[in-house]
Design a binder for this molecule. Structure first.
Ligand code: ARG
Length: 455
C-alpha cells in the first residue's frame, strides 16, 4: 500500500504505477538521498523535534541501509514509486514507528531537489577532473608538435601557415571555459533547499543552517517556494554540458577530416578505429563520428528541460520528474565521450610530412608576400593586389611563390629583392608571427605554461 493510504480507497492501477514511477532513473541518487536524510534526522534530534535516541536509531539504520545497498544485499525494489519512497519504507520496515518520524518537517518536494543538487555537485566535480585530464592530453600532444607546420584554414580553404600545436591549443581554451562554466554553475547550485518542505516551510522549529552545514551548502535558500520550484541549476548544468559537446564535436569533425585520404594529417590507432564489413581497405573513424553524433542527444535534453520548465506554475509539478532522465543521460554521454577521446588522442599518429606538404600548396604565404612589400613601404591594398597577381601568374604557369625567379618577381614591382624568399618561407612565417596569442613556437610554449599553471 502507498504511503498516502489514509486518503485513498484503492491502490494505484498497476500500469499507471509504472508510468508514474521514477525509481529506475532516480535510484542512482540513493547515496545522496540517505545522506540528506541523515542530516535531516540529526537536525530533528538536535532540535528536540524527535527524541535524541530516535534520531540516533534512524541515522544508524540509514547507514546500514546504505551499506546493504552498496554490498548488494539490499536490492532496490522496482515497484517503489521513487528512491525517496523506497528508502523511507525500507527504514520503517527495519525500525517501524521510529522510521515513520523521519519525514517530519520535510516533503519529497524539498527532498528530491536536495538529492539532485547533491548528486550534480559530485558529478560537476568529476566532470571538471575529466576535462582537466583531456586538456592535459591535448597539451602533451601540442608539446610534441610545436614546430609541425600545417595549413590553417578559413572556409575550409588553406589560409595561412600555423603549427599543429597552435591548432590543438585552441581547444584547450574551449575546455578551460567549460571548466569555468561548470564551476560557476556549482557555485549557484550550492544552496540548501531542505526545510522548504512541500512549498511553505513548516511550523516545526527546524534549523536550516545546521542541515546546510552538515551537507556543505553555502546557505539555506531564502524562499521555500523557489526552493522547491527551482530547476535552473539542472538547466545550467545541461547547457554547460551542451557546450562541451559543441567543442568535442568540432574537434571530432576535424579528426574525421584529418583521417581522410584527402588530408591524411593523422592516423588513428587500430585500437580506436573500425573496419568495413565489405570494403577490405577501409579504416573508419567511428569514435569521433559517434561523439559528433551524440552531441545531438545532449542538445536535445537541454531543449527538453527548457520546454518542460517554461510553463510550470509554482511550486512542484510532476513534470519536473522528467529532469533527471535528461540530465543523467547528458552526464553519462559527455563522460563516455571524453573517456573514449582521451586514449584515442594519446595514441593517434601525427603525419607531420603530410601536414607540411599540404602547407606548401595553396599559396598560404601570399599574405606574407604582401606584408613583405608593406615593410618596403608600399600601402597594403596595393601590395595585396600585386601578391594576388603573382598567385594568378603562378597558377597560369604551374609555379609556386617560392619557385618564381627574382626576375619574374621584379616584373611585378622593383621593390622585390633576394630576401623575398626567406620572407615567404613557411617556417619563417610561423616563427615570425610572435604577436601575443600567435603560432610562434615560443609563444605557444608560453600558452602551454599558462594552461599547465591553471590546471
Ligand atoms: N519522483 C519525484 C520526482 O522525481 C519526487 C518528488 C515527488 N513529489 C510529489 N509531490 N509527487 O520529481
Amino acid at each position: 500500500m502507498a504511503l498516502w493510504e489514509g486518503r485513498f480507497k484503492k491502490e494505484l492501477d498497476s500500469k499507471t504505477n509504472d508510468f508514474n514511477s521514477s525509481i529506475n532513473i532516480d535510484k542512482r541518487m540513493c547515496k545522496q538521498d540517505i545522506k540528506g536524510s541523515i542530516a535531516h534526522a540529526t537536525m530533528l534530534g538536535k532540535q528536540n523535534i524527535i527524541k535524541k535516541e530516535e534520531s540516533k536509531k534512524i541515522v544508524n539504520s540509514l547507514e546500514e541501509i546504505l551499506k546493504d545497498i552498496e554490498n548488494g544485499t539490499l536490492k532496490i525494489d522496482k515497484e517503489a514509486e521513487d528512491i525517496h519512497m523506497f528508502i523511507e519504507s525500507e527504514l520503517t520496515s527495519r525500525i517501524d514507528d521510529t522510521g515513520k518520524r523521519l519525514h517530519t518537517a520535510r516533503s519529497r518536494n524539498d527532498q528530491v531537489t536536495l538529492d539532485l543538487r547533491l548528486y550534480l555537485r559530485d558529478e560537476g566535480k568529476s566532470m571538471i577532473n575529466l576535462l582537466k585530464e583531456l586538456i592535459k592530453t591535448i597539451t602533451e600532444k601540442a608539446k610534441e608538435n610545436l614546430e609541425t607546420i600545417m595549413p590553417g584554414y578559413t572556409h575550409l580553404q588553406r589560409a595561412q601557415p600555423i603549427t599543429f600545436a597552435y591548432h590543438l591549443m585552441a581547444y584547450t581554451e574551449m575546455f578551460m571555459r567549460d571548466i569555468c562554466r561548470i564551476e560557476d554553475t556549482l557555485k549557484r547550485m550550492n544552496v540548501n533547499p531542505l526545510g522548504s518542505c512541500a512549498l511553505a516551510g513548516t511550523t516545526h522549529d527546524i534549523d536550516r543552517n545546521l542541515t546546510s552545514k552538515l551537507l556543505e551548502f553555502d546557505y539555506p535558500c531564502h524562499n521555500s517556494l523557489d526552493g522547491v520550484s527551482d530547476r535552473d541549476y539542472v538547466i545550467e548544468f545541461s547547457a554547460s554540458l551542451s557546450l562541451i559537446m559543441v567543442h568535442l564535436s568540432r574537434l571530432s569533425e576535424e579528426i574525421i577530416l584529418w583521417c581522410s585520404w584527402e588530408f591524411k594529417f593523422i592516423e588513428l590507432d587500430d585500437a580506436f578505429s573500425t573496419g568495413s564489413s565489405i570494403m577490405p581497405q577501409k579504416k573508419n573513424p567511428d569514435i569521433p563520428e559517434l561523439i559528433r553524433g551524440k552531441s545531438g542527444r545532449v542538445f536535445g535534453h537541454l531543449s527538453s528541460l527548457l520546454t518542460m520548465m517554461k510553463g510550470l506554475p509554482l511550486a512542484y509539478n510532476k513534470d519536473m520528474q522528467e529532469d533527471k532522465e535528461a540530465i543523467f543521460d547528458s552526464i553519462d554521454t559527455v563522460k563516455m565521450c571524453i573517456t573514449t577521446l582521451i586514449p584515442m588522442l594519446k595514441t593517434m599518429k601525427v603525419l607531420k610530412e603530410n601536414m607540411e606538404k599540404a602547407a606548401k600548396k595553396g599559396f598560404i604565404n601570399a599574405t606574407d608576400c604582401a606584408d613583405y612589400l608593406v615593410k618596403k613601404g608600399m600601402p597594403f591594398r596595393k601590395a595585396y593586389k600585386i601578391s594576388g597577381s603573382l598567385v594568378s601568374y603562378c597558377l597560369d604557369n604551374n609555379k609556386t611563390l617560392d619557385t618564381l625567379s627574382l626576375e619574374e618577381y621584379k616584373k611585378f614591382t622593383d621593390l622585390f629583392d633576394k630576401d623575398i624568399y626567406e620572407s615567404i618561407d613557411l617556417k619563417n612565417i610561423v616563427f615570425k608571427r610572435k604577436s601575443y596569442g600567435g603560432p610562434n613556437p615560443e609563444t605557444v610554449k608560453k600558452h602551454i605554461e599558462i594552461i599547465e599553471n591553471k590546471l
